[in-house]
Ligand binder design. Structure first.
Ligand code: NDP
Length: 486
């Protein structure tokens, strides 16, 4: 069959207006830091400097927490749910109106393909605000309080720390439920991807959100730590590595501060011999190569039943030769840039270890750009459970392939990691799907699909993947109290 070449189809950058430098968003305004430290945010696809970002000090964090407290006591904590809902609807609509601007900015700062930021990240982020706007005046009917008990009430000031893989989407997972429930927030975006959070600050201004309800402090790990350690914060919501999640849990242990932690994963994507193979191959590709594999619930371990192993691998390799790697702003690109030099080093290191431990490495022929941070789609076959690549989160476009014979063996292997965030099952039999879902220690189990997200559906982990749920009615539980403690 002839191979069609794709002509370049670049999305225009002219829709975004990136300032040369950004302050902190505190009390409804962009303000200067008490210190003078700053850092550059770059495009990982080209290493071009995009903007100079303020590194918030502990004093700045304190100012932001005070501002959030004032807004909570003065206005937001007392406002009716119906009125809070109007603000959330307004924010959601502005995000939709400015969707193209958000998508281009996210792609520039993060390196993800424009078709993913345009079709997944930004629409889902707006959907989270729409969904939670609907809850704001219905919390009493959400079944959150025991029968006859006090109605659910906000917790107070929430400190939120998010990672770089879905910058705006993670912001919306955090801010939308917090605000719907009547809390105010101080959010720290990741160091490498602050720009869409700062654009969101402008949206808050545009929506006339009362000052101090949302505060955004940029910085690195030290800024995050200052927020977590601040005595004025009532709850911490964190998404990121298990290592930092454990450090946060240690910091708040023994205090009254609550936490929800959404941490790492090492999901098994399990293909049985009765699965529709072509459909499963698409699911495998979506499971691990979506967003460069920078996905906590990525299907990074493929478990294939032995009779179909060779067929699945042959078709998977053929499919991967059609993946287009390159300019994230090109509308035809499937796989964009790795988010940072540090993350690229980690992917290279773990891939090198996998080879040294005896796994067989394969990548399709593909030309990588000379500037920026790039890694080809990679498949390791012959992986054993003891290999580090089968145990540790790579957080990159790297798939490990293992085999199994019986459903019991698939379950044992799937559950054999410290994580428990997600899993996928591919089979023709509904009864087997239900049995597997019951046996798998994973917060989310997808059946004959993978990486499907919806604001109405709770998301979260077992074991070292964290605790608490985000999304759906269950996600509200982390942002209200029904006891006498507030
Ligand atoms: P981190 O867990 O370090 O980063 C997540 C967020 O926490 C960032 O905003 C980070 O700030 C902040 N942070 C860092 N240290 C602290 C601290 N002591 N107290 C409070 N906040 C802190 O992840 P990395 O970006 O370093 O990635 C490392 C590995 O973690 C990846 O290779 C991947 O395996 C995993 N990871 C998993 C994610 C998931 O969703 N499960 C998301 C991101 C990473 P800053 O970015 O400025 O350092």
């Amino acid at each position: 069959m002839p191979r069609f070449e794709y002509a370049p189809a670049p999305e225009s950058r002219s829709v975004v207006d990136i300032r040369s430098s950004y302050g902190l968003f505190i009390g409804g305004e962009f303000v200067e830091s008490s210190g003078d430290a700053s850092f550059k945010t770059i495009s990982p696809a080209t290493e071009e400097v995009l903007a100079d970002i303020t590194e918030a000090t502990a004093d700045d964090v304190d100012r932001a927490v005070r501002s959030a407290r004032q807004a909570y006591r003065g206005v937001w904590g007392r406002m009716s749910g119906a009125d809070r809902g109007k603000y959330l609807f307004r924010i959601a609509r502005i995000m939709q109106e400015r969707a193209r601007e958000f998508a281009v900015l996210e792609t520039l700062d993060n390196g993800k393909p424009i078709k993913e930021s345009r079709d997944v990240d930004i629409p889902l982020a707006a959907a989270h605000f729409f969904y939670h706007a609907g809850w704001a005046d219905k919390l009493e009917y959400a079944g959150l309080a025991p029968a006859g008990g006090r109605p659910p009430r906000p917790i107070g000031v929430v400190g939120q720390v998010i990672p770089w893989n879905f910058p705006l989407l993670m912001l919306s997972w955090k801010i939308a439920p917090a605000l719907a429930c009547g809390n105010t927030v101080v959010l720290k975006p990741a160091e490498t991807t602050p720009l869409t959070a700062l654009l969101f600050a402008e949206v808050c201004q545009q929506a006339d959100l009362p000052p101090g309800v949302v505060n955004i402090v940029t910085g690195a790990g030290d800024t995050g730590r200052a927020l977590v350690e601040h005595p004025g914060v009532d709850k911490i919501a964190f998404t990121g590595s298990t290592e930092v999640g454990k450090a946060i849990a240690r910091t708040i242990a023994g205090t009254r501060v609550r936490a929800t932690l959404e941490l790492g994963g090492k999901a098994a994507n399990i293909v049985f011999d009765d699965a529709p193979v072509d459909q499963a191959v698409e699911g495998i590709v979506n499971g691990i190569f979506f967003n460069q594999g920078h996905v906590c619930c990525a299907g990074s371990r493929l478990l294939v039943q032995e009779p179909v192993h060779d067929e699945v691998i042959r078709k998977l390799k053929r499919r991967l030769t059609t993946i287009r790697v390159g300019d994230p702003l090109d509308k035809n690109t499937d796989l964009g840039a790795i988010n940072s030099a540090a993350q690229l080093d980690r992917i290279r290191e773990l891939s090198g270890i996998a080879e040294a431990e005896g796994a067989v490495r394969w990548s399709p022929p593909c030309e990588l750009p000379s500037r920026g941070f790039w890694f080809p789609p990679t498949v390791f076959t012959g992986v054993a459970q003891t290999h580090r690549i089968a145990q540790e989160e790579v957080f990159g476009p790297v798939l490990s392939v293992l085999t199994f014979r019986t459903p019991q063996e698939a379950v044992a292997k799937a559950n054999n990691t410290p994580y428990g965030l997600s899993a996928g099952v591919w089979t023709d039999k509904g009864s087997r799907i239900l049995w597997m879902a019951d046996q798998l220690r994973a917060g989310v189990v997808w059946a004959n699909t993978f990486n499907k997200f919806d604001p109405t559906s709770p998301f979260g982990g077992f074991k070292e993947s964290g605790y608490g749920r985000e999304g759906g009615r269950h996600g509200l539980e982390g942002y209200v109290t029904t006891g006498d403690d507030q």
